[in-house]
Design a protein around this ligand. Structure first.
Ligand SMILES: C[S@@+](CC[C@H](N)C(=O)[O-])C[C@H]1O[C@@H](n2cnc3c(N)ncnc32)[C@H](O)[C@@H]1O
Length: 283
């Protein structure tokens, strides 16, 4: 789906070409360590029914936050392949998995999720977490997840929905302009979360289910701070507001946090479906 974002505007499409690819390692690992994100991933893997001994694929594996959880869930008899186009992230993912002694059951490879160099019908489960909102051809990726999954296996996708990002701030107009304005200029499909069920059905999956989870932050965690400071910087870059108003906006959030009044929530949607033995479209 094209929502009007220029081809290269979403930094997640080409992390290695960004001025500071290392920033994405810090961001993804900081996000992954947040208590609510740990819970979201646990629920997502349970929702997809991932079990001991399974062979699992994760597309857009980034630094391997979810891949390591999968490795822990499937145990030593299972295996997980993590695919990501970023060499910087794949190399960080290998190192982080080695540090945690999970590398023997994880195979990280550089690749494009829409053109997987993998045979059909190979995995018990194929997943993509917070990837589809960043790619222009999400249907191509979902199609590949379905192709490499065995009949009866599970395809699961999860995305946040940036149209459901709620932040309490006294300057409501500016808050909307910064949050919606920056998302519209930097994310291919900011509303991807609510469209996941439709994407799985379009790919021919059956028994498609939806899971809704709310990420909640009332303490202004490191992850939220990095994310909102980046939003404020980008709002200045895109001419949405002045540098002075953007830094005032951030200072107000810091004050709210000091006073114990910080509130941000973000909806995450998961969808899972089963690959039919006979493709749904030809029945
Ligand atoms: C927001 S990150 C999510 C990383 C990881 N799934 C997580 O939740 O921590 C999006 C990831 O999608 C990857 N990505 C972008 N385009 C892709 C494509 N065409 N195929 C597979 N992955 C892609 C990026 O390199 C990045 O690692």
């Amino acid at each position: 789906m094209s929502v009007g974002v220029p081809a290269d505007a979403d930094p997640y499409r080409a992390i290695d070409r960004q001025p500071d690819p290392e920033h994405f390692i810090t961001f993804l690992e900081t996000r992954g360590a947040t208590r609510d994100q740990v819970r979201l991933r646990r629920h997502f893997l349970r929702f997809c029914g991932v079990r001991v001994g399974w062979r699992v694929l994760e597309v857009g594996s980034g630094t391997g936050v979810l891949t390591r959880d999968i490795a822990a869930t499937i145990g030593p008899r299972g295996c997980v392949v993590g695919i990501d186009p970023s060499r910087v992230l794949i190399s960080a993912a290998r190192r982080l998995a080695r540090d945690r002694r999970l590398d023997s059951r994880i195979d990280f490879r550089v690749g494009d999720g829409a053109r997987l160099a993998l045979p059909a019908n190979r995995f018990d489960c194929a997943l993509a977490m917070t990837v589809l909102l960043h790619v222009p051809n999400s249907a191509g990726i979902v199609g590949e997840l379905a192709r490499v999954t065995k009949a009866g296996g599970v395809v699961g996708v999860q995305d946040q929905d940036l149209g459901a990002l709620v932040l309490d701030h006294p300057d409501r107009m500016l808050t909307r302009r910064i949050l919606d304005g920056v998302a519209a200029r930097t994310v291919v499909d900011p509303w991807s979360g609510r469209g996941l069920v439709g994407k799985l059905i379009a790919a021919g999956l059956t028994r498609v289910r939806l899971m809704t989870e709310v990420f909640q932050d009332t303490t202004y965690t490191a992850f939220t701070r990095i994310m909102l400071e980046r939003r404020a910087e980008n709002a200045v870059r895109f001419g949405i507001t002045s540098a002075r108003r953007a830094s005032q906006w951030i200072r107000t959030l810091e004050r709210l946090a000091r006073e114990g009044r910080f509130v941000m929530t973000l909806n995450f949607y998961g969808a899972a479906g089963i690959k039919p033995a006979i493709p749904a479209r030809s029945r």
